[in-house]
Design a protein around this ligand. Structure first.
Ligand code: SF4
Length: 474
C-alpha cells in the first residue's frame, strides 16, 4: 500500500449456497477484495446449527490454509478483510465478530465508519455492556442484539439503523440466514450476485466475478436484505433523502474491473484522465502514469491529448504490508524499491505524470526527483482528483487535516514543494461532469467539507481525524 495514499477500510463478502463449498468461495471472494484491507482477514460459516469462525492478522493467503478452510463446513458464510480506521490494528479487532446473544449466535462484518460511534459506545458502556474490541462494528452488533428482544432481526436492524449515523455496509450471519444492510446514504458499495442457484454479496463486483457469480444488482441505500436457501428477500428500505456514494471509490480505492452503482471504475478513471487533458495540456512528449492507480486516467489523458502513453515508471509488485521502512538516511530508497523510472523511456522528454490523488505530498516529491535524475526535461504533475482539504469520517483513512498538504498550501506552493514544473488538480466541476446527473448522488466531502451526515464524534480541525477514537484506542 503506498504510504501517501488514502487507505481503504475493509471489504465484506457473504454467500448462501447449499451444496457448495462456501468457505472456499469466501476465501476466493476475499482474495478479490484484498486491496480493500490487508491487516486481517476472517470467515464465519454456519451449517444451520452453529457458526464456526476463523480469523487472524495478515493477508487472506496468510490467514487461511486448505486445512482451515476444510474445517469450516456449512452452506452460509460471511467474510471480511480489514484496514483499521476506528479500533487499533490488533487480533481482537479482526472480523467477522461472532457472539452469542438472546436468539442464538450472531456474526457481523462491517465496511464503513459510524460518525456517532463514540457516543453510542459510551452509552452502551454506561448501560453495563461489556465490549471486547475498540471497533464501532461491535457497537453495531451490540445494538442489534439488544434490540432483538422479540426475535425479529429485521425489525431490530431497522431500529439500530434509526440510531446509528454514518457509513455501513454490513453482512450479518445467524445460524440459518444472512442479512445484508447498506446505510441509507449508500456511502460504501455493496452488490449481490447469483451463483448456480446460490447467492453472493460483495463490497465490489470484482469479487462476484472472482467466484464466477453473475452480477444481479447493487444493494440499495437503506436496504435490509434477507438471504436464505429460499433466495433473497427485501425486508425494508430506509433510504435517506439523498444518496452519498463515496467518490473516492472511483478515484482510487475500488478495482478498475468493478462496477459500482452503475459506473465501471476503470471507465470512470479513463474519463477523468480525458477531462484532465481538456483542462491542462502544456507542451509535452509523453504521458506517464504513477502505477497502478494512475494508469487508467493516464490512458484517458493520452487519448484526449494525442500524446504517447508510456510506462515510464515500473512498480515492484512484491512490496507488501511487511515491507520494513528504511531508516532516515535511506529514506529515498523506500520509494525507489517500490517505483523505478525507465530511463530509456523518459530521458530528455517532457513528461505529463498522471496520479490519482495527493494526500501528504511526501511520495510525489520523491517521484519527481527520481524522474529528474533519470534525465527528464520537464515534469508536469497531473492529478485526476481535486485537492483533498478535509478528512473523511465515513470509513476512509485520508489522514488528519493537519497532514493534508492541500489543506495547508496553495497549488503553487505544493508545486514548489514537490519540485514539479507544473501541477494541475482535476477541477471539482470536471470530476463531477464525468458522472453526469448522477453526480448529485455522490459524497465529495473531502474536497468540499460539505459532509452529507453530521460529524458528531470527532473534533474536526484543531484536533484532526479521530481525536475521540484515539481516546477509545487507549
Ligand atoms: Fe469518500 Fe471523501 Fe466522502 Fe470519505 S469524505 S466518503 S473519502 S468522498
Amino acid at each position: 500500500m503506498p504510504a501517501d495514499k488514502p487507505h481503504e477500510a475493509c471489504g465484506v463478502f457473504a454467500v448462501c449456497a447449499p451444496g457448495q463449498d462456501v468457505a472456499r468461495l469466501s476465501y476466493y471472494g476475499l482474495y478479490a477484495l484484498q486491496h480493500r484491507g490487508q491487516e486481517s482477514a476472517g470467515i464465519a460459516v454456519s451449517d444451520g446449527r452453529e457458526i464456526m469462525l476463523h480469523k487472524g492478522m495478515g493477508l487472506v493467503a496468510e490467514v487461511f490454509s486448505g486445512e482451515r478452510l476444510a474445517a469450516l463446513k456449512g452452506h452460509l458464510a460471511i467474510g471480511h478483510v480489514r484496514y483499521s480506521t476506528t479500533g487499533a490494528s490488533h487480533p481482537v479487532n479482526a472480523q467477522p465478530l461472532v457472539f452469542y446473544c438472546g436468539r442464538g449466535m450472531l456474526g457481523l462484518a462491517h465496511n464503513g465508519n459510524l460518525s456517532n460511534g463514540f457516543t453510542l459506545r459510551r452509552e452502551l458502556l454506561e448501560a453495563g455492556a461489556v465490549l471486547q474490541t475498540t471497533t464501532d462494528s461491535e457497537v453495531l452488533i451490540n445494538l442489534i442484539a439488544r434490540l432483538n428482544g422479540d426475535h425479529n432481526l429485521p425489525a431490530a436492524i431497522r431500529q439500530c439503523m434509526a440510531r446509528v449515523e454514518g457509513a455501513y455496509s454490513l453482512v450479518l450471519l445467524t445460524e440459518d440466514r444472512i442479512y445484508v444492510v447498506r446505510d441509507p446514504y449508500g456511502f460504501r458499495p455493496l452488490c449481490i450476485g447469483e451463483l448456480h442457484g446460490g447467492w453472493v454479496v460483495a463490497s465490489e463486483s470484482c469479487a462476484l466475478d472472482g467466484v464466477g457469480a453473475r452480477f444481479v444488482r447493487d444493494v440499495s441505500p437503506g436496504e435490509i436484505l434477507e438471504i436464505s436457501p429460499d433466495g433473497p428477500r427485501t425486508c425494508a428500505v430506509e433510504a435517506a433523502p439523498r444518496q452519498a456514494h463515496c467518490i473516492f471509490e472511483y478515484i482510487y480505492f475500488a478495482r478498475p474491473d468493478s462496477t459500482i452503482d452503475g459506473f465501471n471504475v476503470g471507465r470512470v478513471r479513463r474519463e477523468m484522465g480525458r477531462q484532465l487533458a481538456r483542462e491542462f495540456c502544456p507542451p509535452a512528449d509523453i504521458v506517464v502514469p504513477v502505477p497502478d492507480s494512475g494508469i487508467a486516467a493516464a490512458r484517458g489523458y493520452a487519448e484526449e491529448s494525442g500524446l504517447r502513453f508510456e510506462e515510464g515508471l515500473m512498480k515492484n509488485r512484491y512490496v507488501g504490508r511487511t515491507f520494513i521502512q528504511p531508516v532516515q538516511e535511506m529514506r529515498d530508497m523506500g520509494v525507489r524499491i517500490k517505483l523505478n523510472p525507465v530511463r530509456e523511456a523518459v530521458a530528455g522528454k517532457r513528461v505529463i505524470l498522471v496520479d490519482d490523488s495527493l494526500v501528504r505530498g511526501t511520495t510525489s516529491g520523491k517521484i519527481v526527483r527520481m524522474l529528474r535524475e533519470a534525465g527528464v526535461a520537464k515534469v508536469y504533475y497531473c492529478l485526476s482528483s481535486p485537492p483533498i482539504i478535509r478528512s473523511c469520517y465515513y470509513g476512509i483513512d485520508t489522514s488528519n487535516e493537519a497532514e493534508l498538504i492541500a489543506a495547508r498550501k496553495t497549488v503553487s506552493e505544493i508545486r514548489e514543494h514537490i519540485g514539479a514544473d507544473g501541477l494541475h488538480y482535476l477541477s471539482l466541476e470536471g470530476l463531477l461532469r464525468v458522472f453526469g446527473e448522477k453526480a448529485r448522488d455522490l459524497c465529495g466531502a473531502c474536497f468540499t467539507g460539505e459532509y452529507p451526515v453530521k460529524i458528531r464524534d470527532w473534533a474536526v480541525g484543531k484536533f484532526g481525524f479521530c481525536a475521540c477514537v484515539a481516546g477509545v484506542n487507549r
